[in-house]
Ligand binder design. Structure first.
Ligand SMILES: Nc1nc2c(ncn2[C@@H]2O[C@H](COP(=O)(O)OP(=O)(O)OP(=O)(O)O)[C@@H](O)[C@H]2O)c(=O)[nH]1
Length: 353
C-alpha cells in the first residue's frame, strides 16, 4: 500500500463510512421510487447496492485493504449513477449526482487517483447525459448547458484544490511534530519511525545498523556562564557542525536538551565508532564564536549495535546511553563502544586511586 494512502487511512475510513450510510439509505429510498415507476432493473440494482453497502459497513473498520474496498464500492456506485441517468424513465435531476463524483473521488482516492476517477466518470456522465437528453428542449438552451458544464468544472477544481491543501497541511503538521524547533533536526518521534523502517531493512537484508548516543560536555556551564541564548546558539552550532559530516541516509536527531542520537544504517560497530570519532574531532576543531572569543565544545558518545545490544530501539538507546555515561566518567570528550567499556572504566578507576 503506498505510504500516502496509509497515512490518510483514518480520514478515508470515516468518509467511506459516511458514504456507505448514504448509499444504504439512498439505495432503499430510490428503489421504492423506481418500483413505483415500474423501473424494476434500477430498483433491483439499488436494493442490491444497499445490501452491499450494509455488508461493507460491517467490515470497513477492520479491513486491511481499504483501497481495494473503496474501489469495489466506487465502481458499481458510479456505474449505477450513470445507468440511472441513461434510463428513459429518469429525469434531468439525476445529473445532480454526477456533480458529487469529484468530491467523492478526491476524498476517497486522493489527488492523483481522484483526478483520474473524476475525469473518467464525470466525462462518461456528461456524455450519457447529452445523449439521453439531446432531444430535450432544455438542452437546446445554451445558458443551461453553460451552467451545468461550468458547475461540474467548478466542483472538480474546488475538490482538487481542497485535497491538495489538505495534503500540504497534513504534511506540514507531520513535519512540525517530528522536527526539533531550535535546531531544525528530526526529533525522537522521527527516530522511532525511522528506526522501525531501518530495523526491518536490516533484518531483511542482513545489514548492520548502529546507534550513537551523543551528549555535549559541560553544557550547563555554557548556559550558566553566557546565558540561555548563547546556550541555544551552542546547540544550533553543534547541530550544524555534526550534520555536515553525516550521510543523507544517516538520521541525526535531537532527543532533548543537550542529548542527540545518530542512527547509522549499514554501519557496524567499528564504522560507527569511526564516524562518532570524526564527529568528536570536528566539533573540537570548530569552537563556537561568542563575542570576541572562541568557546571550545566537546562531546561524549556511546555506540550500540542492532543485534549485539538488542533488537528494539529502547534496548539500543539504553546500551548507548550507558556507554555515553561511561565516557563522561572516563573524562569526557571520547567515544565508547561495547569493547571499550570495561577497559575505560578500569582505567578511570585506576586514575582516581
Ligand atoms: N540553552 C538551552 N539549554 C538547555 C536546553 N535544554 C536543556 N538545556 C540545559 O542543558 C543543561 C544540561 O545540563 P547537564 O545535564 O548537567 O549536563 P552537562 O552540563 O552537559 O554535563 P555533562 O553532561 O555531565 O557533561 C541544563 O542546564 C539544561 O537547562 C535548551 O534547549 N537550550
Amino acid at each position: 500500500m503506498p505510504g500516502y494512502f496509509a497515512k490518510n487511512e483514518q480520514h478515508r475510513r470515516l468518509v467511506l463510512k459516511a458514504l456507505l450510510w448514504i448509499t444504504l439509505s439512498g439505495g432503499l429510498f430510490f428503489s421504492v421510487i423506481n418500483l413505483l415507476h415500474d423501473n424494476w432493473l434500477l430498483a433491483g440494482l439499488e436494493v442490491s447496492y444497499a445490501a452491499v453497502s450494509l455488508y461493507l459497513l460491517t467490515i470497513v473498520d477492520r479491513t486491511h485493504n481499504l483501497q481495494l474496498l473503496t474501489a469495489v464500492y466506487l465502481l458499481p456506485f458510479f456505474s449505477i449513477m450513470i445507468l440511472a441517468l441513461a434510463q428513459p424513465q429518469t429525469t434531468f435531476a439525476v445529473f445532480a449526482w454526477i456533480q458529487s463524483i469529484p468530491i467523492i473521488c478526491y476524498m476517497l482516492l486522493g489527488l492523483r487517483l481522484g483526478m483520474y476517477g473524476s475525469l473518467l466518470f464525470v466525462g462518461i456522465g456528461l456524455f450519457v447525459f447529452s445523449r439521453r437528453f439531446s432531444s430535450d428542449e432544455l438542452l437546446q438552451n445554451v445558458e443551461i448547458i453553460a451552467n451545468l458544464g461550468l458547475a461540474s468544472l467548478a466542483v472538480m477544481i474546488f475538490a482538487h484544490i481542497y485535497e491538495r491543501s489538505r495534503i500540504l497541511n497534513e504534511q506540514r503538521l507531520t513535519d512540525q511534530a517530528t522536527t526539533d524547533s531550535l535546531t531544525g533536526l528530526p526529533n525522537r518521534l522521527k527516530l522511532v519511525e525511522v528506526f522501525e523502517r531501518e530495523r526491518a531493512h536490516a533484518l531483511r537484508n542482513g545489514t548492520p545498523l548502529s546507534l550513537v548516543f551523543v551528549d555535549i560536555d559541560h553544557f550547563k556551564q555554557i548556559n550558566d556562564r553566557f546565558g540561555h541564548e548563547v546556550g541555544d546558539r551552542a546547540l544550533v552550532h553543534f547541530a550544524k557542525v555534526l550534520a555536515q559530516r553525516l550521510r543523507v541516509n544517516d538520521l541525526f536527531c535531537r532527543l532533548g536538551g543537550e542529548e542527540f542520537a545518530v542512527l547509522l544504517p549499514g554501519s557496524k560497530a567499528t564504522q560507527a565508532r569511526e564516524i562518532a570519532e570524526s564527529l568528536r574531532e570536528r566539533l573540537a576543531a570548530q569552537p563556537l564564536a561568542v563575542d570576541d572569543s572562541m568557546l571550545p565544545m566537546t562531546l561524549s558518545a556511546g555506540v550500540a549495535c542492532f543485534g549485539l545490544d538488542g533488537q528494539s530501539l529502547d534496548e539500543l538507546m539504553l546500551a548507548a546511553d550507558r556507554r555515553t555515561y561511561a565516557a563522561k566518567r572516563a573524562g569526557r570528550n571520547r567515544v565508547i563502544t561495547r569493547e571499550d567499556v570495561e577497559t575505560v572504566l578500569d582505567q578511570a578507576g585506576a586514575d582516581q586511586t
